[in-house]
Design a protein around this ligand. Structure first.
Ligand SMILES: [Ca+2]
Length: 293
């Protein structure tokens, strides 16, 4: 969409709260940060059965065994009839991918079934997400099980709960690895940068309060989306061409007089380019606010 917003602030006139909301499609994109991490089971809680002596839930974070290796400290053994759950703290954000990392040794599914369930917080019920169908007979079998969409139902207070459960009590089973790979998306927080312009500043400055810019035009071509430009009191004899925008993700970019002071944009004596007679030119810009001029 193309849109042109032009307005004129005459010398010493007030232009207060002029806001544009039009945007190019690309300016409406909400950027997402996606972070994938392997989350450890913490804590492991038994509702039926118990953690065997000499074993630790912390070993579930590492896949260490293959074939028929038997290193007691490297896995957790679940006796027949066991039921236990892991809490995985995946953190804040929106889940874009949740996948169990498993290394199992025990009976084949045809002999005895062991199930993995995820807790659905919306339905307040356990949902089966898989079982030991991938496993050979008492040989270490690694696999991953992706949780089915929609994933948001499985995340509450930054945590996912997974249950491991025996169907019957015929045989024990062992888990060397029981982890959760979580891809979490988050929207970066709006940048709250603030810039300063002063009649005693310099456009070579960084635009900080201590070292402000000299011209509003400098800010209008430098300020990042979502930032605030505070203009110290005084008369700015300049043409301002705005080339920055705010964005849907970062919010409005705001130009305002410094609190308690009044900045005046004065076009008097400024050479105006052909076809443009505006002291402030905003073309195809969006998410901008002008306050207190
Ligand atoms: Ca292990």
């Amino acid at each position: 969409m193309r849109h042109t917003a032009l307005f004129t602030c005459l010398a010493l006139a007030s232009c207060d709260s002029v806001t544009t909301q039009t945007a190019h499609d690309d300016e409406r994109e909400v950027s997402q940060l996606a972070v994938t991490s392997v989350v450890a089971c913490n804590p492991l809680a038994f509702t039926i059965g118990s953690l065997p002596s000499g074993q630790s839930a912390s070993t579930l974070a590492q896949r260490e065994l293959s074939g028929t290796q038997d290193v007691w400290a490297n896995y957790v053994e679940f006796s027949g009839g066991s039921e236990a759950s892991c809490t995985f703290n995946v953190g804040s954000g929106t889940a874009a991918g949740l996948s169990l990392g498993l290394n199992y040794r025990g009976p084949q599914k045809s002999e005895m079934r062991w199930t993995f369930d995820a807790y659905d917080n919306a339905a307040q019920a356990w949902v089966n997400v898989g079982d030991n169908a991938f496993a050979g007979d008492w040989t270490w079998s690694a696999s991953s099980i992706s949780l089915p969409a929609p994933l948001a139902r499985f995340v509450a207070a930054g945590a996912v709960r997974i249950r491991y459960k025996a169907v019957g009590s015929a045989d024990a089973s062992q888990l060397d690895e029981w982890s959760l790979s979580a891809t979490m998306e988050s929207t970066p927080p709006p940048d709250t940068a603030t810039y300063f312009v002063s009649t005693s500043g310099s456009d070579a400055n960084p635009g900080t309060e201590a070292a402000p810019w000299r011209h509003i035009n400098k800010a209008a071509q430098t300020a990042i989306p979502g930032s605030t430009v505070k203009v110290r009191g005084g008369t700015y004899n300049e043409m301002v061409t705005v080339t920055v925008s705010g964005s849907a993700a970062a919010g409005y970019t705001t130009f305002q007089s410094y609190p308690g002071e009044t900045a005046v944009i004065d076009g008097t004596g400024v050479t105006v380019g052909s076809g443009a007679h505006d002291v402030i030119l905003m073309e195809n810009r969006s998410y901008l606010r002008w306050k207190g001029f």
